[in-house]
Ligand binder design. Structure first.
Ligand code: NAP
Length: 248
């Protein structure tokens, strides 16, 4: 049986690229979408056309019931989970700090930090040796914003990524003994639709010259780092926060 992987936010961007790369490497991919049902099905169809296996499930990662339903499905269908990529996330509009209201702060944290918490909690229940599991690998998608702070842009987003990084380090220490490795990637400026979703489609082009490698990264380049951290090739790596940022 293939190893079973959940990728949240697999309908587009980095999540879709990670789902495709994982299927190429033999994982059975359960990818989730929230609004992009048709886009998620396109990713599944591409994977199947290339000889892989995948399925798409609706999940709002900010909703405890949705996350429970996702993991119940995996438990009933496969009885195991080997990998989790916590990729789903939002980028709020560019704003100075004093204009961030509580509703926006709460929404950003619900999706970017509480979502990964809910998914990690459900995943360790299936993976941990103390619960009869066989271990596994979790990769959280953070951002360079966690250390840069995103002043004058989105400090709330940066703080939510700081939370996912602390979650990564803590889980790696608590569940190493259970055979679970927990790592994070820290993408820099990656050319996806997230910037247009935040109302700033020109952001990538505007900031690209400030990247030491002189260009934005792609979803596929980010996915390769995720796949390496998921795989046995990184078997002695845990608690790592890996920049995928062109040196930014
Ligand atoms: P994207 O193209 O906007 O894709 C975001 C994905 O997250 C979509 O599949 C979307 O699903 C899903 N999503 C959003 N809210 C969700 C929710 N409440 N529940 C479930 N799924 C939800 O973004 P991306 O650039 O690929 O970003 C992916 C991750 O990388 C995010 O965590 C982001 O913070 C991080 N990141 C990106 C960059 C960058 O420059 N692009 C840099 C650093 C970090 P639907 O479309 O189906 O709603």
């Amino acid at each position: 049986m293939s190893r079973i992987l959940i990728v949240t936010g697999g309908s587009r961007g980095i999540g879709a690229a990670a789902a495709r790369a994982a299927a190429r490497d033999g994982w059975h991919v359960v990818l989730t979408y929230r609004s992009g049902k048709a886009e998620a099905q396109v990713v599944v169809d591409e994977i199947v056309r290339l000889g892989g296996t995948a399925e798409a499930r609706y999940t709002d990662v900010a909703k405890e019931g949705d996350v429970a339903a996702l993991f119940d499905h995996v438990t009933e269908q496969y009885g195991r989970l080997d990998g989790l990529v916590n990729n789903a996330g939002i980028l709020p509009p560019v704003s100075c700090f004093e204009e961030i209201d509580l509703a926006r702060w709460t929404r950003t944290f619900s999706i970017n930090a509480t979502g990964p918490f809910l998914c990690c909690r459900a995943a360790v229940g299936l993976m941990a040796k103390r619960h009869g599991g066989e271990g596994g690998s979790i990769v959280n998608v953070s951002s360079m914003a966690a250390s840069l702070g995103a002043p004058n842009e989105f400090i709330d987003y940066a703080a939510s990524k700081g939370a996912i990084e602390t979650l990564t380090v803590g889980l790696s220490k608590e569940f190493g003994v259970d055979g679970i490795r927990v790592n994070a990637v820290r993408p820099g400026l990656i050319a996806t639709e997230i910037h247009a979703s935040a109302g700033d489609a020109a952001r990538v082009e505007r900031l690209a010259s400030g990247v030491p490698l002189g260009r934005p990264g792609s979803a596929e380049e980010t996915a390769e780092a995720i796949i390496w951290l998921l795989s046995d090739a990184s078997s002695y790596v845990t608690g790592c926060l890996m920049p995928v940022s062109g040196g930014r």
